[in-house]
Design a protein around this ligand. Structure first.
Ligand SMILES: [Zn+2]
Length: 282
């Protein structure tokens, strides 16, 4: 996630000739060349070198001095020969990490660009704002920024056990920590306590910040916390949750892949027990 060589800007360079990284999306899929061990992004002065034309594009900034562009191609545009469009999740571990996380940023910027062509208040065609990454309505002046949806994700500890749950969206055997979107007017800590209460009916204490992770599916920012069990019995919200329970490190179900901050939370818990077996991924 940390991109030490990345400088975020929104104004494209004038007369750029050097090869640039192109994050080219076809829907929510990214244009790559996939090998056995790695995936490669296009490094081009112009997208036309691959015979592609962007429906719309945005300048992202520079990565180690190399310009980066996010673009979207038309739905009917086929991938150039030897290239393919791939879902981002599949590219974790195949693309170098800075490019993988930049692809997530690019995907969010492209999605925002695509879904905010028109003013949300008066319906007029939006224009790019001149001095920041935003859109401005020339009719009514409404300014729209790239949308980010904050969500909390939380690990609950009870003595030597951790609370893991399975929602109806996941098949049997796939467990994770609890998560949910933050509501308007709510603090992050209130969102943590509310989600836990709503989904499994227990109370918690000692809510502590753990870390955060942009999650571009399509535009979440996951804000992770740890906390301790404070009271109550597990009562499932059966519309959402299929199962939940307390698991010790010797008894863990399969948990999310190392891509996600939910796994970082679980690994943090497991690391307290040096003799514990490594968790198995979904
Ligand atoms: Zn307007």
């Amino acid at each position: 996630m940390i991109k030490p060589g990345f400088v975020s800007t929104y104004l494209p360079p004038a007369g750029q000739q050097d090869p640039a990284w192109w994050f080219v999306f076809h829907g929510d899929r990214l244009l790559v060349q996939v090998g056995e061990q790695e995936a490669r992004l296009p490094l081009l002065a112009e997208l036309a070198e691959l015979g592609l034309a962007a429906v719309r594009w945005q300048y992202l900034g520079t990565l180690d001095g190399c310009h980066c562009y996010a673009a979207e191609v038309a739905e009917e545009a086929p991938a150039p020969e030897s290239w393919s469009y791939q879902g981002l999740r599949r590219l974790f571990g195949l693309l170098p990490e800075p490019l993988f996380w930049l692809a997530g940023r690019a995907s969010q910027v492209v999605d925002w660009d695509r879904t905010h062509q028109f003013c949300g208040r008066c319906g007029h065609l939006n224009q790019p704002k001149a001095d920041e990454r935003a859109k401005e309505c020339p009719q009514c002046g409404l300014v729209t920024y790239p949308r980010i949806s904050p969500a909390i994700i939380v690990l609950v500890e009870k003595e030597d056990a951790v609370l893991l749950a399975r929602s109806h969206r996941h098949p049997p055997g796939r467990y994770s920590v609890l998560a949910g979107f933050v509501e308007p007017g709510e603090t992050l800590e209130e969102a943590v306590a509310r989600e836990i209460r709503e989904e499994v009916g227990i109370e918690v204490r000692d809510i502590r910040y753990f870390g955060s992770q942009p999650w571009p599916f399509p535009n979440s920012l996951m804000i992770a916390f740890t906390c301790h069990y404070a009271g109550g019995e597990i009562v499932l919200d059966e519309t959402e949750m299929a199962d939940a329970g307390w698991f010790t490190v010797g008894n863990l179900p399969r948990v999310p892949s190392p891509l996600s901050i939910s796994r970082h939370l679980i690994d943090w818990f497991v690391a307290k027990y040096p003799d514990a077996p490594a968790p198995q991924s979904w």
